[in-house]
Design a protein around this ligand. Sequence first.
Ligand code: C5P
Length: 243
Amino acid sequence: MTKNNAFNTDSFETRRQLISKTRTIVALDVPNYNNAIKILKLIEPHVDGIKISYPLIMNNGLTAIQKMRSLTNLPIIADLKIADIPETSSRIAELAFEAGVDGIIVHGFMGRDSLESCVKIANLNNGLTFVVTELSNPGAAELMQNIGDKIAKMALEVKANGLISPATRPNRIQDYRRIVGDQLLILSPGVGAQGGNSGIAIINGADFEIIGRRIYDDSDPLKAIKKHNSDLQSQLLNYSSDL
Ligand code: C5P
């Protein structure tokens, strides 16, 4: 099955239209591959993308990505939070794209050379690079937050495609949106289990919300994703009627 590059368009306006459907990306941090696929099949029509990470990949190897790639047309983002010297960072990025992902998540604090090495590999693979500005956990406010603005500016300069910014701190999403304008996407994790309410990140400037445990830990993931999506839409409606 071919890769879906729904996120990968030149014009922000076009991207805005493509963003369209649900504005939700599911984080499938489920170590058991079969369980991950079971959940994916249930909720697939209700999300715009899939984020996978270490729990799934370490337990199943890169074949988990290859198999998932053949089962879905949704964009797959590998959240490897790459953070190494350029030579190692780019090798990790290469392996992820070879396995079939559409995008990678990288840290920014290593500096421009490492970040550029990842963007270069992503571009060669017609893929996307998302840069973490600050994590969504409370501890990120201790250190990462202090350099988040600089990371966002650097992401813009190296022509990454987007930022990963915390739904747990909507004011920071506003800050990052001010820095990158309409040039970069903002994907926002921290909705649900970490305390972010559905729709709040979007009305503060994010393009997509990322939600994990609130969906896959629920005994009824389909009901949970529908609830999230409907809460998100209600927030958007309330917000636009207040304008
Ligand atoms: O289960 P939960 O909804 O908290 O999942 C959030 C996902 O987003 C996890 O995979 C986590 O590693 C990731 N993430 C995050 N905050 C960031 C970057 C990634 O929570 N800033």
